[in-house]
Design a protein around this ligand. Structure first.
Ligand code: COA
Length: 254
């Protein structure tokens, strides 16, 4: 579903997805989740896109789920729709074929940090603060925070962030391996473009295969890979030729 609240631009094989609800610090509402979902459809099929940047407009990357929207949902709706939609859509971003770089331009809180955790790597502006403040509201970081954060920075540091809900600054996040690089705010996008350009100049299929290997390819991805490989063997050509000529195939194992 197209929405003004999330933009997609593509320039020179680099896509930029921008959360664009600056008056609410890019808090994620249902319209934005649907917009992210629709953009993931496009990116999944965009063979010309080699790297995806994900950032926000204004002084926040994203301050998390829209508190007013989710708090008005009935309990079962919260689980059936809100939480599951977030899981599914964030997982789609994690599984994009292209490398995904979260460019943290400002506050990265709650669901905003969980979305950033779905990226392959994160760059942060020097003044950025990060937190999972959900327990302060009496809820939990339920869009992947309890799973992806400990995987990235270890259980102990993840527990510190999640139990306290306290903010950490970009320097500490870098020290903990939560962000890859901290860059002066005004240079952040230029650095992100430069890194994206470096990646985009490399063999796109090789880069995408390494992403799948590092992340542990799902069975479906392995099947797709095996399917492409098998279809282009001499044996596959022989199998098709034999079918066309109504004879038994003679396979060579090549
Ligand atoms: N959901 C919905 N709206 C939010 C929001 C959220 N998570 N976070 C901020 N907003 C809205 C505010 O209600 C405000 O809207 P208004 O101008 O119509 O009143 C606007 O965004 C700006 O926020 P404000 O709090 O005035 O900005 P600030 O600079 O003083 O503080 C924060 C920034 C990030 C410290 C503060 O907004 C905050 O703590 N937000 C909640 C973060 C959070 O708990 N996230 C987890 C959600 S599950």
């Amino acid at each position: 579903m197209p929405t003004e609240l999330v933009h997609l631009t593509i320039t020179d094989s680099i896509a930029t997805v921008t959360l664009n609800r600056p008056d609410k610090l890019n808090a994620l509402n249902g319209e934005m989740l649907a917009g992210l979902d629709a953009i993931a459809d496009e990116l999944d099929r965009a063979n010309d896109v080699r790297v995806v940047l994900l950032t926000g407009t204004g002084k926040a990357f994203c301050v998390g789920a829209d508190i007013f929207e989710w708090s008005s949902l009935a309990p079962l709706e919260m689980g059936r729709r809100w939480i599951r939609d977030g899981h599914r859509i964030f997982e789609r971003y994690a599984r994009l074929p292209q490398p995904l770089i979260a460019v943290l331009n400002g506050y990265t809180f709650g669901g905003g940090l969980e979305l950033a955790l779905a990226a392959d790597l994160r760059l942060a502006g020097a003044g950025v603060q990060l937190s999972l403040p959900e327990v302060k509201l009496g809820i939990i970081p339920g869009w992947g925070g309890t799973q992806r954060l400990p995987e990235l920075i270890g259980k102990s540091r993840a527990k510190q962030m999640i139990f306290s809900g306290a903010r950490i600054d970009a320097a500490m996040a870098e020290g903990w391996g939560l962000v890859n690089e901290v860059v002066a705010g005004e240079e952040l996008m230029a650095r992100a473009q430069q890194l994206a350009g470096e990646i985009a100049a490399n063999g796109p299929v090789a880069v995408q295969l390494t992403k799948q290997l590092i992340d542990g390819a799902e069975m479906a991805s392995l099947e797709a890979l095996a399917g492409s490989l098998a279809s282009y063997t001499a044996d596959a050509q022989e199998g098709v030729a034999a079918f066309r000529e109504r004879r038994s195939p003679s396979f060579s194992g090549q």
